[in-house]
Design a protein around this ligand. Structure first.
Ligand SMILES: Nc1nc2c(ncn2[C@@H]2O[C@H](COP(=O)(O)OP(=O)(O)OP(=O)(O)O)[C@@H](O)[C@H]2O)c(=O)[nH]1
Ligand SMILES: [Mg+2]
Length: 396
């Protein structure tokens, strides 16, 4: 009874998350919602979500055996192909789960790496992703092979398993070194390119994935950057010259951030993120129609810190106002208004009261409030421009 693999049928996936004291149920539901979007982006179909309440994960199989059995029954009856966990699993946990469920198991990091690998288009992005994949794999080889070592290696013998690991390790180390060399060469070219841009003010679009960065880029620069309703539509940095009024500046669009962006990806995308690190102004875009937008803001700020870009002037651009919705409260309901009860105007006011970072509410898709954004941007760019070109008289 051979395994039947139909490459035309998209794979079916179950999603698995764990709720605990620090991770309440509603949050896990949001996370799994995002995981489902990631799975769709990867080309598979999310068919069911499983959440287990668990304060300490099982060291062998991450979730408890009861839950695992429940999932197994579902997997069998619905012909599911993969089990995707929202949290990071150890190599041995993955192995144990795969043995129990008899299907492939992935964690979130794995999935994101896979999506990046499929979506990378340029040689540069491909090289960056390949590097991240090998770096992810290297420390995991041991875990993947220990059982073989034990089975095959006799007493005092160097088992074939072990030799294989050593060979594999050596091959991977060589690959990593080669990829780093390649990237370094391209990086040097890019540094020269960036130097040639002169002193022009540089603005970088940053934000969570799928918030509308590329859509705004296209709108402001009249370019045709790829934008779509999938995660990580953009992997390479694109830079365009934009002119507002008579003021020219450079605008860059780059890879979006996400919760738990794999560390190796951030590492290997460092030079793509140089656009952000070297920018004079950041346009932090937020999808206001997303229920988790506040947490997304936090993830972006944290990632900016990781790449040492957190101390730049920021203009917060709340996008997708056209898609914003709220839960209207009854007149006689006197309980305090929650965030989900705020109208757009109330939300704007409460945000303005909370922060001193300049912000603006727009819809890039419906082209709402774009002139206001432009004049705000003009002011910000001008402030920097005049310090760099003190004798430039185009402004006066
Ligand atoms: N309703 C609504 N949708 C928008 C708006 N702006 C962008 N979108 C949609 O949001 C989706 C993502 O837009 P992109 O511009 O690709 O987002 P991005 O931030 O560049 O995404 P990544 O490159 O994947 O990080 C697309 O389907 C857009 O059409 C908006 O103002 N309102
Ligand atoms: Mg994009």
């Amino acid at each position: 009874m051979g395994e039947y693999i139909n490459t035309l049928e998209p794979e079916k996936a179950v999603l698995i998350g764990v709720s605990s004291q620090d991770q309440p149920l509603s949050q896990v539901e949001d996370y799994l919602e995002e995981l489902a979007f990631l799975i769709e982006t990867a080309g598979a179909i999310p068919v069911k979500k499983f959440i287990q309440k668990l304060d300490t994960p099982n060291s062998r199989t991450y979730i408890g055996s009861g839950k695992l059995n429940e999932i197994k029954r579902f997997v069998k009856s619905h012909e599911v192909d993969i089990a995707v966990f929202d949290d990071e699993l150890s190599p041995s946990q993955i192995r144990n789960i795969e043995q129990e469920l008899e299907i492939r198991a992935l964690d979130r990091t794995n999935l994101i790496l896979d999506i990046f690998a499929h979506r990378a288009k340029t040689a540069y992005a491909k090289t960056q992703v390949e590097l991240a994949q090998y770096e992810y794999l290297l420390p995991r080889l041991t875990g993947m092979w220990t059982h073989l070592e034990r089975q095959r290696g006799g007493i005092g013998l160097r088992g074939p398993g072990e030799t294989e690991i050593e060979t594999d390790r050596r091959i991977i180390r060589t690959k990593i070194a080669n990829l780093k060399d390649q990237l370094e060469k391209i990086d040097k070219q890019m540094i020269t390119q960036r130097k040639n841009r002169g002193k022009m003010v540089r603005v970088a679009l940053v934000g969570y994935t799928n918030v509308g960065k590329s859509t705004l880029m296209n709108l402001l620069s009249k370019s045709e950057v790829f934008a779509e309703n999938k995660l990580f539509a953009t992997l390479d940095a694109t830079v365009r010259k934009v002119v507002i009024g008579n003021l020219p500046f450079l605008l860059s669009d780059t890879v979006g951030f996400i919760r738990k962006l794999p560390h190796h990806l951030v590492e290997s995308f460092k030079s793509t993120l140089d656009e952000v690190r070297e920018a004079d102004i950041l346009l932090h875009m937020v999808d206001i129609s997303h229920s988790g937008f506040e947490e997304q803001i936090g993830v972006v700020n944290q990632t900016l810190q990781e790449i040492q870009a957190a101390d730049k002037p920021v203009l917060v651009v709340f996008n997708k106002t056209d898609a914003y919705s709220y839960v209207k409260k009854d007149e006689d309901d006197l309980s305090p208004k929650l965030r989900e009860n705020l109208t757009l105007t109330e939300l704007e006011n409460s945000w303005m009261a909370k922060t001193n970072a300049p912000s603006i509410f727009i819809s890039a898709l419906k082209k709402l409030n774009i002139d206001e954004l432009k004049s705000l941007l003009y002011e910000k760019v001008r402030e920097i421009h005049v310090t760099r070109y003190p004798y430039d008289d185009f402004l006066y």
